[in-house]
Write a protein that binds this ligand. Structure first.
Ligand code: LLP
Length: 422
């Protein structure tokens, strides 16, 4: 199952529910997630990795709704977090702190304390300064902090520059040549314990090559550490493996899994992975309705379909020039297709969901924006004072709201006038 939805006759369905019925009941714009699809992606990854002992730590940042986190917690997943807020969400969803890895370059003292008290699986440390802070905070709390150093292997993940993280000039991780020193520092602190070795070279990586190269680098480093008397429990290879959004060939998951098993099969190292997008991207759609059609006035003009979702709801096209499939939910047999720019109501020319889409459209049509399960709702904002969309989870013929549509009172709740304005 490539996508969460399928066409039956002329209408799109998610599991046992039709998208028009969901739009009718919950309104638009609406994020819709398929429990079956998310479960299936998790299972596919687990099956590909068998029998390698591993811990999948779902990257919470990809989609952090409590309902989605609970689903993964129920499947036995761990979690990769990058903030205290994400840790609160994991706990709120019933996740197990012992299966949490904490990544990110800017962990605050308060965030570190919170994670230390909960007893997380591992801190993925990204600098010497962070290591010092972690040791100091652990000392105050009289606990030992489990540590992996995140190395930056200087490998080109061949992805968009904004989501490439494993190159020297990226802010992430420490250069491989410095890693050994950091592990010596860990060995010298009574409050730190070397657990693993970590890297994450980027996101939306479509071939296993760069990831396997990073793995080989990590293994080389683990060997040098062992020669120095530093034994580790796990290798954390991060996430980053992509899914097709358009007509790309799917990521060769089995090839990647086999390469991992080949290399780790005879070692005592456990495997940790931090997939986000792979698990959720194609399990979600953004449902939106056409407000106005604005066909080109002349041959040089463009045809605009103005819909009720905008860059504040899904910023990926604007921010990364990302391509998302867009299709009418109900197909028209009697309308000639035209090349439409699908745009939102936000007052920016960068507000678009897709350009030049050959579609047969009528006013009030429902459209589905595909592959919106990852980095969709989580990157939404209130720009133009727009209320953020609602989110629903579908399970067979059941559906439930997992996040209410925002209201203007929600938006205004934290604001007040200065006393001299009252
Ligand atoms: N681990 C770490 C340390 C990460 O920074 C990330 C993503 C992941 C795991 C999960 O990567 P994934 O498996 O989802 O590729 N907003 C961008 C993607 C940003 C990814 C940031 N880090 C987008 O919409 O494409």
């Amino acid at each position: 199952m490539q996508h969460a939805f399928e066409r039956r006759d002329d209408t799109l369905w998610i599991e046992q529910l039709s998208l028009p019925a969901l739009a009718e009941r919950f309104g638009t714009p609406l994020y819709v997630y398929s429990q079956a699809h998310l479960t299936q992606q998790f299972q596919a990854l687990t099956d590909a990795l068998k029998p390698q002992p591993h811990l999948i730590c779902y990257a919470v940042k990809a989609n952090s709704s409590l309902g989605v986190l609970r689903l993964f917690a129920d499947l036995g997943s761990g979690f990769d977090i990058v903030s205290g807020g994400e840790l609160e969400r994991v706990i709120g969803a019933g996740g197990d702190p012992e299966k949490v890895v904490f990544s990110g370059v800017g962990k605050s003292a308060a965030e570190i304390d919170f994670a230390l008290k909960l007893g997380i699986h591992c801190f993925n440390v990204e600098s010497e300064a962070e290591l010092d802070r972690l040791s100091e905070r652990a000392g105050r709390l009289q606990v030992r902090a489990p540590v992996s150093v995140r190395v930056n292997p200087n490998i080109d993940a061949q992805t968009h520059p904004y989501i490439s993280t494993g190159l020297r000039h990226n802010k992430f991780g420490v250069a491989q040549v410095h890693a050994l020193n950091l592990y010596r520092q860990i060995e010298n602190s009574p409050w730190l314990e070397a657990r693993g070795l970590d890297c994450h070279i980027g996101s939306l990586i479509m071939t296993p090559g760069p990831l396997i190269e990073a793995l080989d680098n990590l293994l080389g480093l683990a060997e040098s550490l062992a020669a120095d008397g530093i034994e580790l429990d796990h290798l954390d290879l991060g996430g980053g493996f992509g899914v097709p959004y358009h007509d790309e060939a799917p990521f060769e998951l089995q090839q990647y899994a086999d390469a991992i098993k080949d290399r780790l099969g005879n070692s005592n190292l456990k495997l940790v992975l931090e997939p986000g997008r792979f698990l959720v991207a194609n399990g979600g759609v953004l449902l939106t309705r056409v407000e106005y059609l604005k066909p080109a006035p002349d041959a040089d003009g463009r045809n605009f379909a103005v819909v009720d979702a905008a860059m504040n709801d899904l910023i990926r096209p604007t921010l990364y020039q990302a391509w998302h499939g867009i299709e009418p939910v109900v197909q028209h047999a009697d309308i000639a297709p035209l090349a439409w720019d699908i745009v939102g109501p936000v007052c920016e020319s960068g507000d678009f969901l897709g350009h030049d889409r050959q579609l047969a459209l009528a006013p009030d049509d429902l459209l589905v924006v595909a592959s919106a399960g990852a980095y969709g709702f989580v990157q939404s904002s209130n720009y133009n004072s727009r209320n953020r969309a609602a989110e629903v989870l579908v399970n067979g013929d059941q559906v439930s709201i997992i996040r209410q549509r925002e209201t203007i009172s929600d938006q205004l709740a934290l604001e007040q006038l200065a006393p001299w304005q009252r």
